[in-house]
Design a protein around this ligand. Structure first.
Ligand SMILES: Cc1cc2nc3c(=O)[nH]c(=O)nc-3n(C[C@H](O)[C@H](O)[C@H](O)COP(=O)(O)OP(=O)(O)OC[C@H]3O[C@@H](n4cnc5c(N)ncnc54)[C@H](O)[C@@H]3O)c2cc1C
Length: 435
């Protein structure tokens, strides 16, 4: 049975706190779920009292803090099962990518995981999922076979493209609006090693070299660039300490020899301060981005761009205390998928994000979005909408207008009382769009 934790408990703060420290849920009661039956009981409790439901696995994707209602924490539901014969994995609601990667690796298989191994695999995938092999294999959502979900009526339903096709389509993109998913069945890809790592260059100018280099990149290469102001601190590798550094991240699915030839122009551009690119097992793929593993308070905003001219890069040169990240999209991400889902913005060629530390939304977020507008598709990637930027307007921009209307209509059918509103909210058709 799920443990119920209220504000009087000394476990309350620990249970509701996740990776993102700039906001945390403050529910009336937390259901610390261990099984799908626990999730059903929690949803039944909420539905019976007309209380809204929030869900948290790791807290990496906090859409905005809930106040009151029920919080279902799924971190204890961290099981994973792999069937090597069908290259399939079944993952529970709170399983981090690291556990899926570890379970698949002995079979020469890998999931379509992303930058940070500690991110929750289920929520990442239902939000689209732009991974380390995204240009070759597309969105993680394009590789889902079935979703087990507790709906607003507290029923446990298995949604597949054939059985419950509407619910399956809506959950893959519309995520938390349609229920609490308890288990996901995903396809794995055959992979033991890849050619990957980071090239770290002094200053900002290498972003331009990266831009020119990725323009002709094969789909086997998925890469991104981050400009990071490293503190002068002992935990920072010595060559990077106290410097503003351009970190080029490489994940290449060819041979090490072909990879070395591919990145030779970048290595020749300027002498890297640090170069970690080599053949690595997929179990070490978290070292490619080297994202922080300790909880942080941060704000993040982004634009999806059709193209990346030099002026777009120059828009953030002066933001010396922010982290800038540009991910190269396209390839399989741009193609239609055989797996029906609501994930939108497939035409985007780049995802351009600005991060700032702390809980304040600083001016450079809106200023950068405005500066990038000439090249923007106007869209958003749901997985990259956090806290203050996870507004209903931005959520709407994660979908095509047709998909958004279909999602609203299905929301009215599956959750007319808007029980699951403490998420990247899609209002039911007919309801006010405002908060
Ligand atoms: C450091 C870092 C690196 C990242 N890298 C990538 C990347 O490479 N590619 C990418 O695509 N994204 C990336 N993301 C974004 C990440 O995929 C999303 O934030 C994702 O939602 C995180 O899932 P979580 O379970 O870890 O987070 P949580 O905060 O626990 O969940 C996020 C939201 O998902 C919903 N949700 C959670 N569990 C369920 C459930 N069982 N059923 C229904 N809804 C649920 C809830 O609304 C919840 O608020 C990154 C984020 C961070 C912070």
């Amino acid at each position: 049975m799920a443990q119920e934790i209220t504000a009087e408990s000394d476990r309350y703060d620990g249970e509701r706190t996740g990776f993102q420290l700039s906001a945390s849920h403050r529910p009336d009661v937390i259901f610390a779920a261990e099984t799908a039956a626990d999730v059903r009981a929690a949803v039944a409790h909420a539905a019976g009292r007309e209380l809204p439901v929030a869900v948290q696995a790791t807290g990496h994707g906090m859409p905005g803090a809930s106040d009151g209602g029920v919080l279902i924490t799924t971190g204890r539901m961290d099981g994973v099962r792999v069937d090597p014969a069908t290259a399939t994995a079944w993952i529970e609601a709170g399983t981090p990518w690291s556990k899926v990667v570890e379970a698949a690796a002995p079979h020469g298989l890998a999931p379509l995981s992303g930058a940070a191994p500690a991110v929750g695999a289920l929520s990442y995938t239902l939000g689209g999922g732009i991974g380390l092999m995204a240009r070759k294999h597309g969105y993680a959502a394009d590789h889902v076979r079935s979703i087990e979900v507790v709906t607003a009526g507290a029923d446990l339903v298995l949604a597949t493209p054939d059985k419950e096709p509407d619910l399956f389509w809506a959950l893959l993109g519309g995520r938390g609006n349609f229920g609490v998913a308890t288990r996901l069945e995903i396809a794995l890809v055959p992979l033991r090693t890849l050619f990957g790592g980071g090239l770290f260059f002094d200053g900002f100018d290498a972003v331009h070299a990266w831009r020119e280099w990725v323009a002709g990149a094969p789909e086997e290469l998925t890469s991104s660039v981050a400009v990071i102001p490293f503190p002068d601190a002992p935990f920072v590798p010595e060559p990077l300490r106290g410097r503003r550094v351009t970190h080029v991240r490489i994940a290449y699915l060819g041979t090490p020899e072909a990879g070395a030839a591919l990145i030779a122009p970048l290595r020749a551009h300027a002498k890297p301060l640090m170069d970690t690119v080599k053949e690595i097992p997929y179990t070490a793929s978290g070292t490619i981005h080297n994202d922080p593993t300790e909880p942080v308070a941060a704000q993040s905003s982004h634009s999806l761009l059709r193209e990346l001219p030099p002026q777009a890069i120059e828009a953030t040169r002066a933001l010396e205390s922010n982290i800038i990240e540009i991910r190269h999209l396209g390839g399989a991400l741009s193609r239609p998928t055989a797996t029906p889902n609501a994930v939108g913005n497939r035409e985007a060629a780049y995802l351009y994000a600005v991060l700032s530390r702390g809980s304040e939304v600083t001016n450079e977020h809106a200023e950068t979005e405005a500066a990038l507008r000439p090249w923007s598709t106007g869209g958003k990637a749901l997985n990259f909408l956090f806290t203050a930027h996870a507004t209903e307007e931005n959520v709407k921009r994660a979908f095509t207008p047709e998909a958004y209307e279909r999602l609203r209509s299905l929301k009215r059918a599956y959750d007319p009382a808007d029980l699951f509103r403490h998420t990247h909210r899609i209002p039911p058709q007919g309801a006010d769009e405002g908060p």
